[in-house]
Design a protein around this ligand. Sequence first.
Ligand code: GLP
Length: 242
Amino acid sequence: MSTIGADQRLTKTDQLREHLSTLVGERLCPGDRLPTERELADEFGVSRLTVRRALDRLESERLVYRVQGAGTFASRRPITKTIEFTSFSEDMRSRGLSPGSRLLDAVETPAGARIGYALAISPADPVFRVRRVRTADDAPMCLETSHVPLALAPGLLDLPLEGSLYSLLETRFRIRLVRADQVIRATVLDPEEAELLQAMPLSPALLVERTAYDQRGRAVEVAKSLYRGDRYSYEIAIERTS
Ligand code: GLP
């Protein structure tokens, strides 16, 4: 089926590009062969050079790969979303799950040595500590403890903390978190954690420790997120660079 004429405002080259990106993004499976340059040139009424350039672009974006003498093929789709900086809410939504929270407690407390160091404040400086059970489709997924300097988000504890903390920081305090240092390690749930996550004591879990920074480079959050090992997986795309 030709897409020519679908939208007369688009040039033929634009139509070709749009067609190719739908093809590799939605219709083809990894390893499927694309139509030949000649077929595409005929279908869209453009030169083979134009087709080649459009394919070069897809190849440089690693959406397709070429095999000499065999043609052009759709690449495996990159899993980039999991290495993007996301909040719990965004992460769950991207997995097709509905995020939620149950607030356990929210208190003001001195930062202490470890958290103070990570947040670049004095150990005596106050921080807010917020503990929540994070849910996905109403089932416990993660136990999360976040620390935020009081000086950066005064009044945070008076706000509703059941929704997205990052949205709250952005909308109420104009703090947009954009980057994090993160360590992920395997652990097991102690009896209290297991009860909160409705899992068996000593069952496996993933501990994600994060220091998150805003657009000005300030450390804004130090957090520990303890995920049920049977419900959560962390996927990253890796590739050989040499
Ligand atoms: C992730 C991070 C936490 C952060 C949370 C915010 O889970 N590991 O450090 O507190 O996202 O998520 P939300 O904005 O949904 O509250």
